[in-house]
Design a protein around this ligand. Sequence first.
Ligand SMILES: [Zn+2]
Length: 401
Amino acid sequence: MTILIRNARLIGRDGLWSILVGEGVIRRVSREIGGGADTVIDAGGGLVTESHVIPHLHLDKVDTINLVGDAALQHYHAGEMMSAEQAIRAASRVKETYAEDEIIARARRICIMAVENGVTHVRAFADVDKKARLTALRALKKLKKELAGVLTIDVVAFPQEGFSGDAENEEILMKAVEEGADVVGGIPWIEPTREEQRYHVKRVFDAAAQYNIPAAFLSDDTGNPEMRTTEMILNETEQRGWHGRVEICHARALAKYPEEYLKTIINKLKLLDVSIVVNPHTGPVVAPVKKLLENGVNVALGQDDCADAYYPYGRCSMLEVAFLASHLLRMMTARDQQLLYEMITTRAARAIEMKEHKIHEGAQANLILYREKSISELFRYQPKPVLVVKNGEITRSVGVD
Ligand SMILES: [Zn+2]
């Protein structure tokens, strides 16, 4: 199938452009492309961009807020996030009622919203532990198959409860990876001692190395400057040579680190090509995004939660996430807006090892078209795209011909 989009605006380029898509990839980007195609679309001066990517979402927990009450929300959003661990304990109750079908039903609804909002790829975290067993992982893997044509779901086996509370949790993580998780997850800061935190990081990397898969961590999701698991993850990344294959979500404690220590962390992040995924809307403390960006660290925005124990809203609209981040991070200029947009497209793609997510010749054709003409208008009006192309196929089309 070939698609020709004409009269499109592109970010960072003047004038109107044509884009030819064929056999799943972008064949040409040029001022004017002659000849026909199976489908020809007049963009009418609207903006064409890379599709949206969600590098961090707790997909098994979506729409569980009514089952958990307010206790976790209160702990997680209090002051400087010094009681975030209590929030995790309060939230874990919901997993006792997990069943594959009900997880699939909740997750499917959110994934369809994601597709309508122009998302083509999501890294979905599934809790695997004594409470959740392998139920969430299996549910999300089934959904991954079902939705493969419209949404790529990378399933992360995520040991939310840590290992030290119960050795069986560690075994369940290893089983989950063996069963075919796409990514191995970790949350070392949840362990009670530094020694156990280091052990947690090591075991996650053991699994990553054994199955040759990327690793995705939640680190230091707290305002406590004594939490130093980001550094542990970086050290292990270096030792294992896992450059470019590690994503660290949250790392909120970076905001509280002494200047010199923060500098060493930033240098390592850059050197090891480890991405940081921030979620400023889901907690009151956030890693120093501007400083990370200025120093060449890859930073992306995640959705994190949709109506669960930690966050009461969320609909997988990454424009909404970027709009909120624009306020929470005080990033308002045209340059800031472009950076925020990259954080939900190209930078988010880099965080999840999605190669070649750019509007240029030879790249995979994952792109979206809006009627609006600029990023500023997208943030302001929060529209849905009128066209979504995933791997060269049209997966959503509203009123375009
Ligand atoms: Zn999270």
